[in-house]
Design a protein around this ligand. Structure first.
Ligand code: ADP
Ligand code: MG
Length: 323
């Protein structure tokens, strides 16, 4: 027999809350924010057919639904603490739900986040996670603090998730080992939560790269009232992407690198004097932090290719209403 709404919540989503006064099961959850902290609050919606393939591995979907929200906390320099999950599900398939919950809670546990509530309804597959995090008052990272002369950094590497998507859409053919690596970036992004918190007091501005570097760095530039110069040669990439950049697939690979999206790396700015500290931090976190360019007084984003030529047209940022 099919599970009822409440059986489903009870079986798959009700877990003892470790950091909440009251978790799943009442009309609202109760949380006690840490004194001296501000709450960072964000919500992200994942729609089948738009943000993921409807037949995606449910465990990967559970991971990603939370990961994209943790990434927003990372970009704010906040410590993620509580999450709410609203979902429309076509049916209450226990195998699907079990795998989804496994993926979701594995990541929640890894970052010590409690699921404290949500809403569940039948409908076209659609998942919406709300996240609450904390940062010491006045210390959260914003998009608006970049200053002329600051260096621009990116964590990890860019473009692999978009490369996987290009493969699945038949625009490029990746070898099995290349696809495995790129699929991992697409399906199991690792939010840069520790990095975000360590950047408090070091970075002048930060954003997570969810819609592609050009577009997301553009948001930092707009919010900060500055421009930037970035070089393609400096952009951190996997060997797979580097390989494609040198061959017949260069245009597509360049697009993935500059505007692919779904990277969930942090792009941040910091004064030049922070360089040594950031190098040390990269070592401690075992996460590459690559300097990709600098903030300029003059508005606009200039991207130079490997020969130092300015790219005339930049790939458009991802736009959910145009894609
Ligand atoms: P209400 O009708 O008062 O809005 P619901 O009947 O929708 O409450 O939900 C019952 C309880 O289960 C609430 O505490 C709600 O937060 C929680 N809940 C519902 N769906 C989910 C879900 N997918 N994950 C976690 N908690 C959920
Ligand atoms: Mg109620």
């Amino acid at each position: 027999m099919a599970l009822s709404e409440f059986e489903l919540i009870e079986r798959f989503f009700r877990r003892p809350a470790r950091h909440a006064v009251l978790g799943v099961g009442d009309d609202a959850a109760l949380v006690a924010p840490t004194p001296g902290c501000e709450l960072a609050v964000s919500v992200d919606m994942l729609v089948a057919g738009r943000h993921f393939f409807a037949d995606v591995d449910p465990a990967a979907l559970g991971h990603k639904a939370l990961a994209v929200n943790l990434s927003d906390m990372a970009a704010m320099g906040a410590r993620p603490r509580w999450a709410l999950l609203a979902g429309a599900l076509p049916d209450a398939d226990p195998a699907w739900l079990g795998a989804f919950a496994r993926g979701f809670f594995a990541l929640a546990d890894a970052y010590d986040v409690d699921l404290i509530g949500g809403d569940t309804t039948q409908g076209p597959l659609n998942l919406c996670v709300t996240i609450l995090g904390e940062a010491p008052a006045g210390q959260a990272l914003r998009r608006s603090g970049a200053k002329a002369g600051d260096a621009i950094y990116v964590s990890g590497s860019l473009g692999d998730a978009a490369l996987a998507l290009a493969h699945h859409r038949g625009r490029i053919v990746l070898a099995a080992d290349e696809l495995a690596l790129c699929d991992r970036a697409l399906l199991r992004p690792e939010p840069r939560v520790a990095l975000g918190q360590r950047l408090r007091g070091l970075a002048t501005a930060a954003i997570d790269v969810s819609d592609g570097l050009v577009g997301d760095l553009g948001h930092v530039l707009d919010a900060s009232g500055v421009g930037a110069a970035v070089t393609v040669a400096a952009l951190p990439r996997s060997t797979t992407l580097a390989h494609r950049l040198e061959g017949a697939d260069r245009a597509l690979a360049l697009d993935c690198l500059l505007a692919g999206g779904d990277d969930y790396e942090l792009c941040f700015t910091a004064p030049a004097r922070a360089g040594a500290k950031l190098d040390a931090l990269a070592g401690q976190l075992d996460l590459p932090l690559t300097r990709i360019g600098s903030i300029e007084k003059r508005a606009g984003l200039v991207v130079r290719d490997e020969q130092g030529r300015t790219l005339e047209t930049l790939p458009a940022a991802f736009d959910h209403f145009r894609a």
